[in-house]
Design a protein around this ligand. Structure first.
Ligand code: MN
Ligand code: MN
Length: 324
């Protein structure tokens, strides 16, 4: 394996200057082969309340300048020395046609998967996950979903629309993109339109870990539940930033009180099974409602932790294969 082309060196070019890619990684056209690709999906035509997530990708990239990406002590890995990560730019999502936008996301992610890379999507509202999951399931087969969110996102329809940010995992279930009984929602809370939302969700084979369960059963038990559900299946990780409490992520479309702290969420994400992670998305950052880049910084940091997980998986694989 040749030495990866890393991010711009923050000790040479200050972090607020220079490239505006995610974590100041190289652009996809600057390298021949890559292991991980961050790709923006600036689409928010599926939201039910506050819009603005179309500005998420550029805002997350801007906030990612705060990162010092060389070494991640929390996961003991120098992610961008272990794997070649790139920023693949944005999918040009049609702002007026949900199906067209989903197809464009599917095409963009399919292209990355065909080159052997693991995609990390930056939303966009949660609708974009359907495009990502379609592409991933076509390549890897059905996946186990690990879903961090205040909301189930398994409604049937909203105002007659069946492809929205609140219905995306019901559609994914119906389309056979998810492994039955392998998926978990973590961080669920808030009132519902109908108690039947919960029974429907259970019928689709999801398990719910409510936000308050974290206090009651603790982080390790939550992680055990998630891991038991996943088994050894390929994992698609979907993080709706509204899983965080509005104190930690005000810039989002449908905030709910009583959410996770950023420290809790980081600890959970860092402890997910690295080897099985084939793709991820980070969605629902709405910069117009953000203050002081709080929400975008949370998403940027999570993106860094996700790519660090992927690097740990690669490092373990190289070690097993006898490579340095
Ligand atoms: Mn949500
Ligand atoms: Mn969501």
């Amino acid at each position: 394996m040749s030495t990866p082309l890393g991010p711009v060196d923050g000790t040479v070019v200050p972090r607020y200057a220079g490239a505006s890619t995610f974590a100041r990684l190289p652009r996809v056209d600057e390298v021949d082969v890559f292991d991980v690709a961050v790709i923006g999906a600036p689409f928010d035509g599926g939201v039910s309340f506050r819009p603005g997530a179309r500005f998420g990708p550029s805002s997350i990239r801007q906030a990612s300048r705060h990162l010092r990406p060389a070494y991640n002590p929390a996961q003991d890995v120098a992610p961008y020395q272990v794997l070649q990560a790139v920023d693949a730019g944005d999918v040009p999502c049609n702002p007026f046609d949900i199906d067209a936008a989903l197809q464009q996301i599917d095409d963009g992610v399919t292209e990355l998967l065909a080159s052997g890379a693991r995609p990390v999507l930056l939303g966009g509202d949660h609708t974009i996950a359907l495009g990502g999951l379609r592409a991933v399931a076509r390549t890897h087969g059905p996946v186990a979903l690990i879903h961090f969110d205040a909301h189930l996102d398994t409604w049937n329809s909203y105002f007659g629309a069946d492809r929205t940010h609140g219905t995306v995992f019901r559609r994914a279930h119906e389309e056979g993109l998810l492994i039955q009984d392998a998926g978990t929602h973590v961080g669920i809370r808030g009132p519902l339109y109908d108690a039947r939302d919960l029974t429907d969700d259970a019928r689709f084979g999801f398990e719910i870990v409510r936000a308050e369960d974290l206090d009651r059963i603790g982080r390790d038990e939550v992680l055990d539940r998630v891991r038991r559900r996943v088994g050894d299946a390929p994992v698609y990780l979907s993080i709706d930033i509204d899983v965080l409490d509005p104190a930690f992520a005000p810039g989002t479309g449908t905030p709910e009180m009583g959410g996770l702290t950023s420290r809790e969420l980081l600890a959970l994400v860092r402890a997910l099974p690295p080897e099985q992670l084939v793709a991820a998305d980070l969605v629902e950052v709405s910069p117009p409602y953000d203050h002081a880049e709080i929400t975008s910084l949370a998403a940027a940091t999570l993106g860094y932790e996700i790519t660090s997980l992927m690097a740990r998986a690669d490092r373990a694989a190289h070690t097993q294969g006898g490579e340095p």
